[in-house]
Design a protein around this ligand. Sequence first.
Ligand code: ADP
Ligand code: ASP
Ligand code: MG
Length: 407
Amino acid sequence: MALLVQKYGGTSVGTVERIRHVAEKIRAARRAGNEVVVVVSAMAGETNRLVALAHEISEMPDDREKDVLLASGEQVSIALLSLALKEVGQPARSFLGHQVRIETDNAYGKARIRNIDSTKIVQSLQAGEVVVVAGFQGVDEDDNITTLGRGGSDTSAVALAAFLNAEACEIYTDVEGVFTTDPGICQNAKKLARISYDEMIELASSGAKVLEIRSVEFAKKFSVPVHVRSTFAEVEGTWLVKEDESMDDVLVSGVSYDKNEAKITLVRVPDRPGLAAQIFGPIADAHIVVDMIIQNASEDGTTDLTFTVSKTDHKKALSIVEQTLPALKAKGVRVDTDIAKVSVVGVGMRTHAGVAAKMFEVLAREGINIEMISTSEIKISVVIDAKYTELAVRVLHDAFIGKQGNV
Ligand code: ADP
Ligand code: ASP
Ligand code: MG
């Protein structure tokens, strides 16, 4: 018997009717002779509702209690799906993260999976049950509930597939696969039959939320075959694969955008060795991930230092920075939350020049100002005013990929 790990996202289990549909799909996979471990997200909108509740009570909610709250969304969906499976005659058993024992570190809100104990899952499978595991959550070594970060059910699923040595990890969602850009905002977006792990890591890290970045990192590290596909249409989706030579011919395989970052600028800080360490040390200690950084030195011996963090972390980052302002003798600090990062990604960039120049030209033609730029071997990202996001994505997609797609 092959073991499949299937993950169903929030929209796929958003109503009772959809949960029944998912139960039918799982039963069909069982009848086709597979053992099935299912990971589910909270019902659509539920995690956002819980986040809003926490922020109604407290401007900066305590991280531990926020995780206890957010993890409750998945408890509802695993129970409802297990009930629906039993209704169609398929034995099933639900498990919370701590019941399986999905062990993580203690970084609340962005915990990393360290280990998964498969004993109970294997027992349940041997008893002929479908195992339904709550995504997005784990437990630290002191038994505190942790969550993995938004979209983290993807990571739960891929990690389970890796630890259980599953045949494949199927990510069922509300689109038919990974597209050349978000099909929600660009009607010319084309489904990719396959995409390399590295390209998917770059797309995910630059906002393509169809897969959460750590899930792709896990998949790459443990060579997990991942198939992203639709819950609602019986069609082949997108396979994550190892890079091969044929992929070099494609200059840009995807365009992504991220509206979830904020920009913080320290204005006119006296320039001296150790400055950056003094600013970013405490930010790292608070587990805040910094994305882009630019520094402009001026002739009067001061420097403007700008960096981006996720919007969820920006208030915390700001309060840390404000505490260091007197010691840094900075003139002040500015925050901008109306920004977007737009990126083009493709392994072909390793061997072809000119992608950055073309990207800047296309944006200039539309009068879109570039506020920050960063590059990696296979990605170029720019920060722009958020109001131009959709326009930038569309013109870049048309310029690099075109209406026919490149696959
Ligand atoms: P789920 O709830 O199933 O986890 P998500 O909302 O997290 O689903 O991810 C699916 C969404 O990702 C799609 O509805 C789509 O709008 C968005 N998306 C962004 N970029 C892409 C892309 N390149 N390909 C496919 N979907 C994308
Ligand atoms: N429910 C969580 C979220 O909305 C995890 C997930 O959906 O993957 O972020
Ligand atoms: Mg998701």
